[in-house]
Design a binder for this molecule. Sequence first.
Ligand code: AMP
Ligand code: ZN
Length: 509
Amino acid sequence: MPENPVKYIFRSCKEMICDIVDFMAVSCFILHRTEDIMREINLYNTLTKKIEPFVPDEPGKVKMYTCGPTVYHFAHIGNLRSYIMEDVLEKTFRYAGYDVKRVMNITDVGHLSSDADSGEDKMVAGAKREHKTVMEIAAFYQDAFFEDCKKLNIKTPDVVEPATNCIVEFIEMIEKLLEKDYAYVAGGNVYFNTEKLEKYYVLSNQKEDDLMVGARDDVEEDTNKRNKTDFVLWFTKSKFDDQELKWDSPWGVGYPGWHIECSAISMKHLGEKLDIHCGGVDNIFPHHTNEIAQSEAYLGHKWCNYWFHVLHLNDSTGKMSKSKGDFLTLSLLDEKGYSPLVYRMFCLQSHYRKPLLFNYEVLDNVKAAYEKLRKKASSLKKEGEVQTEQIEPYKEAFAQALGSDINTSQALTVIYDVLKSDLNEAGKRALLEEFDEVLSLDLTKEIVKEEADADLAAYVEDMITQRQAARKEKDFAKADAIRQELLEKGIEIKDTREGTTWSVRGDAV
Ligand code: AMP
Ligand code: ZN
């Protein structure tokens, strides 16, 4: 963080100076680039149900936690909407000059088909579906998730921790909850006793029955529970006996409940106080409500100050969900000709706190707009002097948009304003490069080369197919001629057991 300017104000009363410095450090959070743009980041906080200035616990530092994917299937584009918007949030903090530590879990055990502790473990169901082990399923879909993130320019969090790595931490936390009498053992399982809390529904004012609907899928009554809202911390008994991954515990061989993982993983890497916790809106209840219950019971003090929730992506049949089976993935969109960054722009065009309806017509418009925008932005020349004074109002407008509860569509409007302006090309380019640190749309990335690369790949693949056909027909002269033609263009092909591969030699072509 830059030196606080208030420190330079001289006052005879020492105390008064200290008060002002403290006030600035705590409440005047800084959206600060080297050029002194200062803005608050105002965020909607699900906990207070208000838009309020973001003030981290430690000045200049943000401790951020994100609920990661349950890796039993591909992420659908709804899940990815949440991760895109959380990525923009993280990058907004960084752009503002904060030092961010972001942690994300990978749910590879304990998330049952209903969020309310009933049904089969989603991972076990995934393993059965694909005749693989749970760990094979987890590894495959975790890789697939990060592949999608990479294509969407989503930054990997500083710490990514699978739940199965932290069994010791879960057990330690559950033991303390039992010791403090916030938990009880019944029917072989350990439950959190929600009755012990003064207020359980801290994140929502809705009625209990409405909230149980939010818990998705079938909600079965568990007769071991003392209260309807109690939740499992550790299972040793479930009607699904074929749980694959189990661990020894003081309560018998079993496995952790889903909610405990996020509390314990957050505390393991971020300590006892968390600034901001993110997830999709379906996580508010029961997942985040239960996280708060057990974390604050365990710690004996407030745990997390800000809760950031992304509204759902819906399709014509309602909320997109993995359990419905029929869902859209990023690769499917890619196959249909919509590049991942077109989908990112589709998400950025609407506010994260509004439900977003997926629609191909809108996506087509976004695709056309994105391609036009990128063509224009990437052709801006770098040469020339950046007029630092003239570009300032645009930076301010951009910072203002993001600082207003992450208003990404307004931030995109600033980009168009820059392009329409009479700034010189170097200034426009510098601004777009800076804004792209947050929006990550590859606005100024060279597309000429990418297009040329795609054309080359299509040409070589076609030649390889023709050569294979020639070889099949035993027309070896033609096959050799094709190889020779490629060689003359500097392209070398190799026949391997997996098929024919190709590479470009040196700086040929
Ligand atoms: P899961 O892999 O099911 O644990 O979900 C990963 C993340 O995606 C969580 O933060 C969910 O709240 C979020 N999510 C689930 N469905 C949607 C949706 N249709 N739109 C946006 N986010 C979603
Ligand atoms: Zn979580």
